[in-house]
Design a protein around this ligand. Structure first.
Ligand SMILES: [Zn+2]
Length: 418
């Protein structure tokens, strides 16, 4: 175990440099990476990794950065990868980020200097209450910060530097992977897992210090197409069956107090309409279905079909078609086959001086896709808060804890190896 005093306080300085580089991804672009500017950060990271002595560090044509920290032990240790994404959300501008540091935070609201209407209110950001005495990094109020996920990038970079500077800290082969386009759901589209050559991975992209998430939603899409009966409106009595009205009746009969994003939390799933279009003759409804279990998904899809059937009774000459598309699956199913992945991370968080908290994500991560591509990959905290907004913030102390967690985790894999 390494004492906290052995670590330098360099992660913030790295972070402040990385956030000034605009890496916003673009959901409308068909290219990979979706925006060329993501490579600006990728090139810098690859150069810094080579400067550290990681000779294979490089940025590939799709905007992925790969690097290897060679093993310094005789033991046979599984190859572990640490992964973060370089892009920032299209929801909020990431151009000209001007980070501010509130040193020794005393509690209360934080007013952002360039736009005083932007206030990080203590009442709306309860996580601030555990940051008293810490240094909080925010923007000036005109952009997002990009702690999602440049906090993770800076933490992995800082942990790499620590391992290189401290050869007495034993570890197996460590792979570093920085990805583009996570925010637009394309973060692992062009990853080369064979080249990466890792057995297990961790994304460093979680929120609160101490948290590890090994569970995501399972997700399906559902499309309902309704064929109504069209006639001239002047001569429609007793004949017309209006597809728009049928679609509206289906939406109206969805449960109102349960089973929706606005009425659920924790481990509850939902049925959520995301698109409606149509005319008299034909209408289409798009849904997303979310739950933590396969069974829960099937139940919600059955409920949707019962509602549709029920509505259709009033329209005997109309028909419908319901199609289900699989989107992604809860990574827990894969991660549970290798319980040591989470067990070691929990121990590393404890050694970093934090209380480990296991959680689940009400969404998908790159890790959920990586897990099913053969690289089991839970998510460890990076310390980022209020992401995708101008109120985004992260604390220096949480980032330093994340660096310690990464280093301790590399060590634990070595200790436990044969
Ligand atoms: Zn993220």
């Amino acid at each position: 175990m390494i004492p906290a005093s052995a670590f330098k306080h360099t992660v913030t300085e790295r972070f402040l440099r990385y956030v000034t580089i605009d890496t916003q991804s673009d959901p409308c672009s068909p290219t990979s990476p979706s925006s060329e500017k993501q490579k600006d950060l990728g090139r810098l990271l690859a150069a810094e990794l080579r400067e550290m002595g990681l000779t294979d560090a490089h940025l590939d044509q799709h905007g992925y950065v790969y690097a290897t920290i060679p093993a310094n032990t005789e033991r046979k240790v599984p190859v572990i990868c640490f992964c973060s994404h370089m892009d920032t959300s299209p929801d909020c501008t990431g151009r000209n980020v001007k980070p501010q540091i509130v040193r020794n935070y005393r509690g209360g609201d934080i007013v952002l200097p360039a736009d005083p209407s932007q206030v990080i209110r203590a009442a709306e950001h309860p996580a601030l209450s555990s940051q008293i005495g810490n240094d909080i990094i925010t923007t000036d109020g005109t952009t997002l910060l990009g702690a999602d996920n440049k906090a993770g990038v800076a933490e992995i970079m800082d942990a790499a530097q620590f391992l290189i500077d401290n050869p007495d800290v034993k570890h197996g082969t460590i792979k570093i992977l920085f990805t583009p386009d996570e925010e637009i759901g394309r973060g692992v589209d062009n990853v080369d897992l064979k080249k990466l050559g890792a057995n297990f991975a961790y994304t460093i992209d979680g929120e609160t210090a101490g948290h590890i998430e090994d569970e995501t939603f399972s997700a399906d899409g559902a499309t309902i197409t309704i064929e109504g009966v069209s006639t001239h409106p002047g001569f429609a009595k007793g004949k017309m069956e209006h597809a728009i009205k049928i679609a509206s009746a289906i939406v109206d009969r969805l449960p109102k107090d349960t089973c929706s994003p606005e009425t659920t939390e924790g481990k509850q799933g939902f049925l959520h309409p995301i698109a409606i279009s149509g005319a008299l003759e034909q209408a289409t409804l798009g849904f997303i279905v979310r739950d933590f279990t396969e069974n829960g998904l099937k139940e919600k899809e059955a409920l949707l079909e019962r509602i549709v059937n029920d509505v259709m009774k009033d329209y005997p000459r109309s028909t419908y078609r319901m199609e289900i598309q699989e989107q992604y699956r809860n990574m827990k199913e894969v991660i549970d086959r290798h319980p040591q992945i989470v067990e070691y991370a929990v121990e590393a968080i404890r050694r970093a001086g934090l209380r480990p908290v296991r959680g689940s994500i009400r969404g998908g991560t790159d890790g959920s896709r990586l897990s099913f591509m053969g690289l089991p990959c839970p998510n460890i905290f990076a310390g980022e808060h209020a992401f995708h907004s101008r109120l985004e913030w992260v604390s220096r102390q949480d980032m330093e804890k994340a660096v310690q967690t990464i280093v301790q985790l590399a060590m634990i894999w070595e200790e436990r190896a044969a």
